[in-house]
Design a protein around this ligand. Sequence first.
Ligand code: GLV
Ligand code: MN
Ligand code: MN
Length: 416
Amino acid sequence: MKNLQVNGERLWDTIMETAKFGGTEKGGVCRLTLSDTDRQVRDWLARECESAGCTVSIDEMGSIFARRPGKVDTLPPIAIGSHLDTQPTGGKFDGIAGVLSGLEVLRTLNEAGHTTSAPLELIDWTNEEGSRFTPPMLASGVFSGVFEHDFAYASEDRDGKKFEAELARIGYRGERKCPDHKLGAYFELHIEQGPVLEKEGILIGAVTGMQGQKWYEITVTGQDAHAGTTPMPARHDAMVACARMVESIQAIALNHAPLAVATVGHVVVKPNSRNVVPGSVFFTVDLRHPDEDVLLQIDRELREMVDATARDSGVEARLVNNWNVTPMEFDRECINHVRSAAEKLGYSHRDIISGAGHDAVYVARVAPTGMIFIPCENGISHNELENTKPEFIAAGASVLLHAILACDEARNKTTR
Ligand code: GLV
Ligand code: MN
Ligand code: MN
């Protein structure tokens, strides 16, 4: 097993094959969670996993579990996972590289005729992106006890369609309870989605943890009014107030540079008519920082700014903080398995903190967890142009393979 490597060409071809489900003209992927294209890629994955000798099952959150038997089948499985859903203008690799590297690890082990002591489990988590249904990492969150089952089922998309109904519609409201089993360990490979590895010419990131994150929904209420007859001083323009807030949000983040990042990514203006002064604006804020104290300080500044801007603009504003993740650290042994695997295979590596959210963050609450990052082109992600190189994914997947084998060996020693 010492120098076993995955088949990089097969892995790349597999990624390109799945990119057809929801493929866009610009070469990206639009595969919103629980859409028809999500069903297609799930059906494809289930078939491939069965062909690789796995038993496939679905839990009540729609997550897919493909189990490869171990020598000691009573041991909790060592899991590999990520997600196959994408942003509306997503790329071919975010999440997908992780699931398909896991599949490639299983295929490679099959060819090598190697059976691990613990069973292996490949997981496709439902709704990692949080683009269609809020919050993100919904299924891994229920699996890890962060969210209630009913809370997840009640989540609605912008058209009022419920998560539960959409699961049933695509045939993925599974029988298995969520959760109904423990994981012995969990590993996730992901493109970095940032510029660090590429800039430094390093192949593998051993992810040590993730920065904290807060989501807000802000509703600004003014007054609908005639665009031709309402004098400027008499207006209660919700859009103008929103624009001032967006500027200030950027200023607050810049004030905590270089680590703070804040994004207003979704705005709904009402009535959205060109000759009506907007009476209402709804917008979202995504705020992140690796230090919880700074995150809380920014939270205070944000709330004060929203109140003051609303007052000065003659409108009302309501801020709801609807999702939080505190900064976290991954399991030391799992991080070491990743570092050692990269070392053994002769790949350059460095420790790195994740700027993006991942299912691994929630799974880390219930199982020892580690993550592997690989470089992506110009650090671009959540974009149809997202790209990486076949040799980067192959290297990452081989690191994944050896991290799993080392973890299996270490756990086998301690459980004997
Ligand atoms: C996940 O896609 C994130 O927004 O970090
Ligand atoms: Mn992702
Ligand atoms: Mn993403």
